[in-house]
Design a protein around this ligand. Sequence first.
Ligand code: AHR
Length: 518
Amino acid sequence: MRRQFSGLILAAVSLLLASSVFAQQKATGVLNADQGSVVINKHIYGHFAEHLGRCIYGGIWVGEDSSIPNINGYRTDVVNALKAIQIPNLRWPGGCFADEYHWKDGIGPRESRPKMINTHWGGVVEDNSFGTHEFLNFCELLGTEPYICGNVGSGSVEEMSKWVEYMTFDGESPMANLRKQNGREKPWKVTYFGVGNENWGCGGNMTAETYANEYRRYATYVRNYGENRVYKIAGGANVDDYNWTETLMRNVPHHMMRGISLHNYTFTNSWTNKGEATGFNEDDYFNVLFNGVRMDELIRRHTTIMDKYDPAKRISLVVDEWGAWYNVEKGTNPGFLYQQNTLRDAILAGVILNIFHDHAERVQIANLAQMVNVLQAIILTEEDKMVLTPTYHVFNMYKVHQDATRLPLTVTSHEYSKGRRKLNAISATASMNKEGKIHVSLVNVDPVNEIEFSCDLRGTSASKVGYAQVLTAKEIGSHNTFASPEVVKLADMKGAKIEKGILKVKLPAKSLVTVQLN
Ligand code: AHR
């Protein structure tokens, strides 16, 4: 009897404990739908494809003779998946690879193109079979804008200048004629052009002052031909190197550049302790998100410097490398940077995209690293198999925000914390597209608690939820594999509603939700 009694007490105590740990949380918000003024540039949804590991070769390009189904050499499955998420721009050929790439090696008959060693990424032989034509035609196939990164570190002003002429000059000229000889009569449209990459490091180990001078020289000869207008982007700072941004803003005449880049990766702990892509614990989950939101501080501080010199915000901050970087998957080439991608990465992507929206006045372009099989990839491939990662689904869910007007949305939620480190449990954003449709995206980063979210809708007569989508899974480490490709996928969500001007939606623990208001 006594044993039974103490058993009952134990059960009651554990129920009590469990209910306090797993309690449903409440959060509120206010959306001012008639106060949007800033457009979220679709180019913050850009991607990055470097000659690194299996990103280009095997991931995108298999060649026309491959047994893997392809469209003129590009994997059909990958092309279709990319088209579905409306990629606005694609950065190529690197990364560090860009500053040792010599474009003339990648044109003409493929069998006679010279080979080179890809010294940065595994020391493998690069046969140059994917070059300028293959890249620009791929962009045309996807309906995406190319963002070319030129070689400052080991190239020359003449080489860069001739590349631009080759790609964009419509008329009689040595480079335009060479292009025509290689089968392309009309020039391509190339708007986005980076003058070097990480020139403080793999792009030449320069000081900020040296690079600023080099930029002026190189950029002078990146010409506008015909109608083509080049949006020149200076190689920017590494993470919190504010001096780099300050030096460029001070030393480069503003009419010579439209953007300055910023690179910031997210590690579980640090560059020397990146952590694992799968099999992590909740502390690691928290660390990644906590380190990820540092993007906000970095953008703020670089923006403050840029504002001093360019209050009109003509020059944009181009976050052209961002994403999670973990230890490579065991058994893979360490130089290939292949990693799995979990629900944690999807949540990180949602939170960072929301930060970009918050800074839409200054952040006009961003590129997730990288598109296929490398770092925070949206697609993984293995021979003829392909799988979409959780991060892919975020880009699919968020495409509604491309070129939409950001709406002011404030959210009050509990905090998800570890010791003294805290994160707001909800990261949120809202926008109105050209058709007047409002989309609200909410990320519940709390891995345990569901949140009942009520949002006061002001300045809109929206009375119905058009649709609601959710991305979540059983575990923070859930991921898709070739054997089980749909463990983490987008699903329709029931239950979201508008009642008397209040949007009500339940956010599952560790989830992303997008609601359309009609
Ligand atoms: O994306 C991988 C590498 O990270 C890029 O080549 C380089 O620019 C950065 O350091």
